[in-house]
Ligand binder design. Structure first.
Ligand SMILES: [Zn+2]
Length: 679
């Protein structure tokens, strides 16, 4: 091979990639605060690998392609891995996976199909657990693959890590490898608590898991909902393990390790592709984040024959899913006005492919969120899109902030109707005060009224509603039932036939049910379930319209806030006129059967006081209400039961005075579990 001269721009690019990747490594492994999304990191690493392949002289000892991770933190003791913890090669499409299978069979000199073990690749932290005579001796992170950090104290706090192996006949020395991760539910709960306490929230479950494992105080780790899933073994002495990877995992399972319940055996590479497809569809429903599927040659003998190349085994491949996080530029922020007037900042983005689709908008939620992110127009931001969830801006890449980045200004007046924007203390959402004067709110109210779970008006889509309001044909919800054929056919893209179909659908929608009608009115905080409860409790509309806040709170699931919104809604003259107009047009329903099935605590009034440890106050309330109880704020002679935690004061004293039964949180939990809740 002739020594190709390296063009200077290639040299410079390689140097640039070194710096980017080293910085990313440091943020990921040392700071637990990655700035670069994984997919971006992978792409840069690949680019460097390709450059180095083309010009091998570019490979230096300190190149990021030459190691797996970064220096461990100095505050944890270092651990040397007897058997290096390798990384896996990645495939990004079917062709690359087929190519992997071809390489495997070529090397084995085999025409036969190779059997593979298939496992979801959990998005967590790789870990090594060393057992001597069946007792956990040491837990370490992967670190750079050769040297990791001793995090034994923290790992001991994780329930799914066996401190002693079950069963007899365990090897003298057994090193188990697995992933420590945080399930989605636990992550959501952790972030909710952090937000309530005004603390910093985590960007995603993996960051939360990494942050939790790196606590120097293991008592903090102990409170975090971490789990271990075992996926392999390293050092083994004094025993022979089974001959297949999946059998080894079954053995680990018998020794007390959680293994992935989705694990499967594929008899050839096509079955692997099918498995990847199937899990891809299931990805959002899984209780944990996965970023791909790991395929391993199942036969350990064949694995040994295949061996390793550089840092990765030749017998395994991680087939990645489309990344759920990507980087892009925030071009502008616009403010949208919703049905209840909520003013929502929407990020306009330079289009980016993320989570399998091209995204050009993402929600910024509210003013607090903008402040929390510290985001400015012109910033490079990380976008996350998981499943059907609205894409979100999760973080800002501050090192990429341009000089001319602009602060985001929250409007003081509605961008649609110019009414003042108001915020209620304690509420993050700012609202346009224009009510139904506001075209934006009117459009949203009509869209909601027509939607499938409400009046279910076929053929009245969002675009048509916009058009009708903009053309001045529709000024209110009840106006829908006064639309005329001759007006409709004048509209752009509207033929005689579709106009008639719409009128038929409107006519058809007049026969409805009380719950659907209540839901369709779009009262704040009244979703389908609450609408159903209100209908069942009051039986018909008139008694509900007359109900005061106190009476409304007797309804299952209705607390003071919802009661207030409902009562306030029906007191508005405008709402009363609209309802009357709708009924005049012929909207009707059968009265509901009142009551329905009796619930275990219905008719009872409960009071919560003091601090709860396991449940939050609102969770406890929610459970009690689901059992039919009313949860009140103060103790009186009408109170049936009081739940008192540590720090309970005057309410507890009053309960004792009045001889009202008092229970602590454990007793409450026991009662709830007996009623079938899994807490
Ligand atoms: Zn407005």
């Amino acid at each position: 091979m002739t020594n190709k001269k390296i063009p200077s721009e290639k040299c410079e690019r390689a140097q640039e990639l070194h710096e980017i990747l080293q910085r990313a490594n440091y943020q990921y492994y040392v700071l637990d605060n990655p700035e670069l999304p994984d997919a971006e990191y992978d792409r840069r690493l690949r680019e460097l690998q390709e450059l180095e392949q083309e010009f091998p002289e570019l490979v230096t000892a300190d190149s990021p392609t030459q190691r797996v991770g970064a220096e461990p933190l100095s505050s944890f003791a270092e651990v040397r891995h007897e058997v290096p913890m390798l990384s896996l090669d990645n495939a990004f499409d079917d062709e690359e996976l087929l190519e992997f299978d071809r390489r495997v069979r070529d090397r084995l000199n085999s025409k036969e199909a190779v059997e593979y073990a298939c496992e979801p690749k959990l998005d967590g932290i790789a870990i090594s657990l060393l057992y001597r005579d069946g007792v956990l001796e040491r837990a370490a992170t992967r670190g750079d693959g050769t040297t990791g950090e001793d995090i034994t104290q923290n790992v001991r706090t994780i329930g799914s890590v066996p401190l002693r192996l079950l069963d007899n006949g365990v090897p003298e020395v057994l090193e188990v490898r697995g992933e420590i991760y945080m399930p989605k539910e636990g992550f959501a709960e952790l972030n909710k608590k952090a937000a309530e306490a005004g603390e910093k929230t985590f960007v995603n479950p993996r960051n939360a898991a990494a942050g939790s494992l790196r606590q120097l105080d293991s008592r903090i780790t102990a409170k975090r909902p971490l789990q271990l899933c075992a996926y392999g073994v390293g050092l083994v002495e004094g025993a022979t393990l089974p001959g297949k990877h999946t059998e080894i995992l079954q053995q680990l399972n018998q020794w007390g390790f959680r293994i992935n319940s989705e694990m499967a055996v594929a008899e050839n590479i096509q079955a692997c592709i099918d498995y990847h497809q199937k899990l891809g569809e299931k990805r959002e429903q899984l209780p944990y984040d996965i970023d791909g599927i790991v395929f391993k040659v199942n036969d350990i003998g064949l694995q040994r024959r295949l061996g390793f190349v550089a840092r990765a085994p030749r017998w395994a491949m991680a087939y990645k899913f489309p990344a759920q996080e990507e980087m892009t530029e925030l071009l502008d922020v616009e403010f949208q006005v919703g049905r209840t007037g909520a003013v929502t900042p929407v990020a306009r983005l330079k289009p980016v492919f993320v989570g399998g689709v091209t995204v050009s908008n993402a929600t910024l939620h509210n003013r607090d969120e903008i402040e929390r992110l510290g985001v400015k127009i012109g910033d490079t931001v990380v976008i996350r899109r998981a499943g059907d969830v609205i894409p979100q801006v999760v973080s800002v890449v501050e090192s990429k902030r341009p000089k001319n980045a602009r602060a985001i200004e929250f409007p003081t007046h509605c961008p649609v109707c110019a009414s003042p924007v108001e915020s209620t203390p304690g509420e993050a959402v700012a609202r346009c005060s224009g009510g139904l004067i506001c075209k934006a709110q009117r459009k949203q109210a009509i869209k909601h009224f027509a939607s499938r779970k409400a009046m279910d008006i076929d053929g009245l889509g969002d675009k048509l509603v916009e058009q009708l309001v903009d053309e001045g044909l529709l000024h209110s919800v009840s106006g829908l039932y006064h639309l005329k054929l001759e007006e409709l056919v004048e509209l752009e893209r509207m033929g005689q036939k579709s106009a008639q179909n719409l009128l038929d659908a409107l006519e058809h929608s007049k026969e409805t049910t009380l719950p659907k009608f209540l839901y369709a009115l779009g009262i704040r905080e009244v979703g389908e379930a609450t609408a159903r409860n209100l209908a069942r409790y009051y039986g018909d509309l008139e008694p509900l319209m007359q109900a005061d806040e106190e009476s409304l709170q007797e309804v299952e699931d209705v607390g003071p806030v919802v009661a207030h919104f409902v009562a306030e809604f029906f007191q508005q003259p405008h709402a009363q006129e609209e309802i009357e107009a709708l009924r005049q047009s012929g909207v009707h329903w059968e009265p509901e059967e009142q009551g329905g099935e009796e619930q275990p605590l219905s008719g009872q009034t409960w009071v919560l006081t003091g601090k709860l440890e396991t449940l939050s106050r609102s969770e406890a309330k929610d459970y009690l209400q689901r059992l039919g109880a009313k949860v009140a704020g103060s103790v009186s002679a009408n109170t049936d039961s009081v739940v008192a935690g540590p720090g309970a004061g005057s309410k507890l004293n009053k309960a004792r005075e009045l001889d009202i039964p008092v229970m602590d949180e454990d007793e409450l939990l026991t009662m709830l579990r007996e009623r079938g809740f899994e807490i």
